[in-house]
Design a protein around this ligand. Sequence first.
Ligand SMILES: Nc1ncnc2c1ncn2[C@@H]1O[C@H](COP(=O)(O)OP(=O)(O)OP(=O)(O)O)[C@@H](O)[C@H]1O
Length: 259
Amino acid sequence: MAAEDNNPNKALTNTRFSDLNPPISEPVLDALSRSGFEFCTPVQAATIPLLCGYKDVAVDAATGSGKTLAFVIPIVEILRRASPPQPHQVMGVIISPTRELSSQIFKVAEPFISTLSNVRPMLLVGGAEVKADMRKIEEEGANLLIGTPGRLSDIMERMDALDFRNLEILILDEADRLLDMGFQKQISAIISRLPKLRRTGLFSATQTEAVEELSKAGLRNPVRVEVRAEVKRQKDLTSSQQVASSKTPSGLHLDSQPD
Ligand SMILES: Nc1ncnc2c1ncn2[C@@H]1O[C@H](COP(=O)(O)OP(=O)(O)OP(=O)(O)O)[C@@H](O)[C@H]1O
């Protein structure tokens, strides 16, 4: 989880979730308010409108910047607009490097996904029997897959019953770690089974050459969002502030205002 110094509570923007454009739906605003979240972190203020506005994003954001909600909220909003899926129609895939991170994303996403009436999320990580996962998917269906690359690609290869043709969104979380851990092959296998016409969000704490390659292979004209810690110069020389700036491939800047 987030380190104390990176706690987004220290680095909220003055943008309320209710101010974002396109607007966030009432059920999601209610779920945010139940969690005590009113103001966006910089990465949320910059990324949520872009993904909701049908853009691909490549986000440079550190651990603890609030990036989980920066992709969970757009997924829920996009799926709310889409036709209700059939039980085995997969509308979204979130790939993250470890079981713990995948479980954490699943837990954060659950209260927001539950505002949708027909979308079943499924956590797919190593450790448990793959056959048990397959049985569960067969019996219950699965519309949003959250998991680690090995288990996800294994399930996708084995289960013809899953239909990815209407997939809306793919998220690659902690892309630098995914690649450092040697998951390139599994990620390519997953992407090769997904429709090209989709939205993709890639989140990474460092921008390595391998991340750039993955971004080129998996994203279409992405808007780049950078969140960096900046030292406040006027009042408090020691406190840091996170600032998000984003730019389109053509170089247009879309700065989000910090406090
Ligand atoms: N807008 C917000 N307002 C207040 N707290 C928030 C907000 N968004 C997220 N948080 C809280 O900040 C913490 C870090 O958020 P989150 O786990 O999404 O960060 P992350 O960037 O995904 O970090 P990690 O990689 O460690 O999971 C969590 O405790 C989360 O509940």
